[in-house]
Ligand binder design. Structure first.
Ligand SMILES: [Zn+2]
Length: 243
């Protein structure tokens, strides 16, 4: 599970690996019951395990709803169109920009219908999938990981490494513009949450214990990501890149 090459797990991650694996085994990989899904759809969601945290407690932690998804905003599309500056793929499969593109903003009901309950809990209610359960954890293929909410390119397989934590881990994003960071004070130790810049979808957290060259560990939820193989990058062509 823990490799001994240059991308080997950090001592901290190594210490967490076995307890988290045992936790995953004990809890199973289901991310919630129908009741949990209803919770996610109608009230602030609960997170079952902290994402890559230094002090996993296994206790339920209230999650903050996205500003644009308060009950008052439910089913009411945003009137003004906000824009963001991000890098996107063109028709040749090349990353271009940064370009000014419309932010992706939807109501809670629209997100739930589009994402389904499991992805909604991660991307729109700041949930965390259980360690060693994500479908992309062991993906070794070359390609790009995009946002599960809006398709924005986020991470490359070239920066993926085995952290031993049970969550897909990267040492840098494909473009700094495409990731937005926020301080997260839900646990005793402050963490840095990472979101998709274009849709505001919750992706995971970033920690200062990653490998060279950045020393950073971007700890992701598989459910927040889509994967496209390197030979298919033209499929990710963004309309903004053609203008
Ligand atoms: Zn997104």
């Amino acid at each position: 599970m823990i490799r001994s090459d240059a991308h080997a797990a950090t001592p901290l991650a190594a210490r967490l690996a076995l307890p988290l694996a045992a936790l995953a085994f004990a809890l199973g990989c289901s991310t919630g019951t129908q009741d949990d899904i209803q919770d996610a759809a109608s009230s602030p969601a609960r997170t079952e395990t902290p994402s890559g945290t230094d002090t996993p407690t296994g206790t339920d932690t209230p999650a903050t709803m996205k500003d644009s998804e308060t009950s008052a905003a439910d089913d009411t599309p945003a009137a003004d169109q906000r824009t963001v500056r991000v890098r996107v793929f063109d028709a040749d499969g090349e990353l271009v920009g940064p370009l000014e593109v419309p932010a992706v903003e939807k109501t809670r009901a629209e997100w739930l219908a589009e994402l389904g309950p499991e992805r909604f809990k991660i991307l729109r209610a700041e949930g965390t999938e259980r360690p060693f359960c994500g479908t992309l954890l062991d993906n070794k293929l070359e390609g790009v990981y995009t946002c599960g909410g809006c398709g924005l390119p986020l991470f490359s397989s070239a920066s993926k490494f085995d952290s031993g934590t049970g969550w897909p881990s990267f040492f840098q994003p494909v473009a700094a513009e495409n990731i937005t960071e926020h301080q997260d004070f839900k646990l005793r130790v402050p963490r840095t949450e990472i979101e998709c810049t274009r849709c505001g979808g919750h992706l995971g957290h970033v920690f200062p214990d990653g490998p060279a060259p950045t020393g950073l560990r971007y700890c992701l939820n598989s459910e927040a990501l889509e994967f496209t193989e390197a030979t298919d990058l033209a499929r990710l062509a963004d309309p903004a890149a053609a203008q």
